[in-house]
Ligand binder design. Sequence first.
Ligand SMILES: Cc1cc2nc3c(=O)[nH]c(=O)nc-3n(C[C@H](O)[C@H](O)[C@H](O)COP(=O)(O)OP(=O)(O)OC[C@H]3O[C@@H](n4cnc5c(N)ncnc54)[C@H](O)[C@@H]3O)c2cc1C
Length: 412
Amino acid sequence: MTAVADGPGHVAILGAGPIGLDAALAFLDNGWSATVYESAASVAANVTAWSHIRLFTPWSMNASTRMLAHLDAAGVAPPGPASYCPTGGEFAQQLLRPLAALPELAPAIRSRTRVLAVAREGLLKHEKIGSPQRGSRPFRLLVSGPDDGERAEHADLLLDCTGSYDHANVLGDGGIPAPGELRVADRITRRLPDLRCDGDAWGGRRLLLVGAGKSAQTAARDLAELVAMWPGTRVVWAVRAADPGWGEIPDDPLPQRQQLVEMSQRLHSGTVPGVQVRTGVVVDALRGTDDGVVVALRSITGDVEEIVVDRIIALTGFLGDTTLYRQLQVHECYATAAPMNLSAALLAAAGDGPADCLAQASHGVDVLRVPEPNFFVLGMKSYGRNSNFLLRAGYEQVDEVASAYAGSTMPA
Ligand SMILES: Cc1cc2nc3c(=O)[nH]c(=O)nc-3n(C[C@H](O)[C@H](O)[C@H](O)COP(=O)(O)OP(=O)(O)OC[C@H]3O[C@@H](n4cnc5c(N)ncnc54)[C@H](O)[C@@H]3O)c2cc1C
């Protein structure tokens, strides 16, 4: 191993979201030196982008034991109460930013610094295939910022915790853009808008919501409120499944999550007015006109309905940027684009029905390994197209990887 640091080694952590920050604490605790690269101006950028959304998990599940221990040691009050579900804003403000300001962590964080690509110094992707010998060369990172400059930096261990929220899926049938979608991109928002705060921008307009997951369900709930507050607002909600189950978990222990399901059911059945739910439809094509965007919705039977809308909220899922590690040997699942071992474990655990993310058991560090030695994808990004990721699972991943590297010599 070509060490790039004194002590056990140097870990480069890509992304200062909750999982990246927890990973940094874990490795610093084990005597490693660490650099946390964050492309945004401050930590928790993706969480801050949905700061108006309330998490459906309570504080007891949103902070790791390690995070709480570090806050405690610094005399910083823990966030709480334990049963309270914070908003994204509260999560960032009361936990993630105080952690990032701790003297043991702050010097490791490089904000406004984007990692553009990672590789093995002196080795191409196809060389020494699947061999631990690749671990004898340091990782080489192409880094940009905080100014205009680019440079190469190095690490012994690499953790990709860059999340997926800034890489939204398109809305067209089959997962490719619908004809015309790219041309009307300025009318499409692919993040959860703050409809309560930005009512002026959305109220009184003709709106289309696409998607059926928890983000889309959250938007549907807020759109129903918007319709009640702003007369003249018209909302169509396009859902691909003919008979959506809304991901309902029997006897769901998370009330906030169950409330979203129940609201979606009520909107679907029409017992709550305001949102016209079209099930069993896909977006076939979009066309910008002077009057708005003409959207063709195609049903399973092939019938096409055209509607005209002013704006579209597309919440069809997210997938992290896998091109970042294209030069490394990462075996990706052909169905989910997540690292293969973890993806297989998640798919096997899910079976046929809606998977309860709360029921997920830890899979162990070997399931997190990829052919490239000493490289891990952790956090939200590690789940690929699987949307069941929970913070709690991410903190467990950090525990597993940090334990595997806790000794003074690096495993190959
Ligand atoms: C609306 C919403 C609600 C959610 N609610 C819950 C919930 O109730 N409970 C729960 O457990 N989970 C929830 N999740 C899922 C998950 O816990 C969060 O998405 C969480 O933020 C994931 O943490 P992360 O650290 O993996 O990634 P992120 O929080 O996405 O952090 C990634 C960081 O990497 C940075 N970055 C990206 N690319 C680069 C790069 N190339 N170089 C440097 N930095 C980069 C980003 O700026 C960001 O700061 C929710 C997710 C969403 C979107």
